[in-house]
Every structure is written in C-alpha cells, then in structure tokens.
Design a protein around this ligand. Structure first.
Ligand SMILES: C[S@@+](CC[C@H](N)C(=O)[O-])C[C@H]1O[C@@H](n2cnc3c(N)ncnc32)[C@H](O)[C@@H]1O
Length: 161
C-alpha cells in the first residue's frame, strides 16, 4: 500500500539501514508498511497506531514479522516508560509540538541512538520551523537534514548527551 500515510520508498530504504541490529520504536504505524521493512533488519520493532481500522490492517500486514509488537492506542501513553530504543521513527502524534513531547521522545532514545523525523520539506530555514528549531539546535542532539528524494527530506539526529 502506498498512499500518503506511508513513508516513501526512499525513506523506508534509509530506515531499513538505520534499524539494523537495533530496537526500534515507530510513532504512527498506519498500515504497518514501514514497520515491516524496518523489521527485516531490526532486532525488534514496537509500533503504535490509534486508528482502529489501520490497526486491523497493520496487524494483517505484520502477521509474518515475529519481531514486531503492534500497540493500539495513543503513542504517548503506549510508549511511556518503554525503551530505551536505538532508533525512534517520529511519524505520528507529534503535533501540537511541545517541549514536553520532545522530552518524552528523547527519553525513549538510548545514548548514541537515532531519531528520524519524516516529511520535511528540503532546505527550509531553521528559524520559524518548530521541528527544525528543536532537532537542529538541541545541545543533546547531533542532527542533520538528509534529502532523500526530490521534495522530501528527513531530519536524522543522534542522542549525544
Ligand atoms: C504518516 S502515518 C504513519 C506511516 C507509517 N509510519 C509508515 O510509514 O508506514 C501517521 C499515523 O500516525 C497515527 N497517529 C497520529 N497521532 C497519533 C497518536 N497520538 N497516537 C497513535 N497514532 C497516531 C495516524 O493515525 C496515522 O496513521
């Protein structure tokens, strides 16, 4: 399935590499497509989706992925206290963006672990972009924008402090 709710193939390919050997958390499973791809290389994947119809489809899609745990509900409730993870894919539930939410996300990431924020428009200024302002300026993160396809970038960050 490749509607707008699923990461584009270039992002999926990047995540498949970054997930290798790691415990992964995905915020927003949608139909389970990207979770299935990350599960090919990850040690484990925990993915959360709040839409019951999507959860049902994701459950079917992920039935063969034995290292995936699909949780139904709100990502902030379901992931609280979990981890730490070597890779957190931030792909649902972030807005409205708050400092508390960023702290909750960073609490999920192990030291040296990675965070990926999808769906960024390439080349935008940092100032005035609440996602770039946090990820590209937080002293605890080393982060960069990676253009993965025409018109599509991700922010890739590592927790360093
Ligand atoms: C862009 S889609 C995820 C796509 C998926 N990561 C993929 O690439 O296959 C975002 C999903 O996040 C879900 N979502 C949004 N807010 C959420 C929340 N607070 N808790 C759980 N899921 C949420 C939406 O229902 C939607 O299916």
């Amino acid at each position: 399935m490749t509607d707008g709710a699923t990461a584009i193939p270039e992002v999926q390919a990047l995540l498949r590499v970054l997930a290798a050997g790691r415990d992964v958390a995905e915020m927003g499973a949608a139909y389970g497509e990207t979770a299935a791809i990350m599960a090919e290389t990850a040690r484990s994947v925990v993915t959360v989706e709040r839409d019951p119809e999507r959860v049902a489809l994701a459950r079917e899609r992920l039935a063969g992925s034995k290292n995936v745990e699909l949780l139904e509900g709100d990502v902030w409730e379901q992931l609280r206290g979990r981890g730490p993870f070597g890779l957190v894919f931030v792909d649902g539930g972030l807005r409205p963006v708050t400092d508390e939410r960023w702290e909750a996300i960073l609490a999920l990431v192990e030291r040296g672990g990675l965070l990926v924020k999808d769906d960024m428009s390439p080349g935008r200024p940092i100032d005035g972009d609440e996602i770039r302002e946090f990820l590209l300026r937080a002293p605890r993160l080393a982060a960069t924008e990676v253009v993965v396809a025409p018109g599509m970038a991700v922010i890739l960050a590592a927790l360093i402090g």
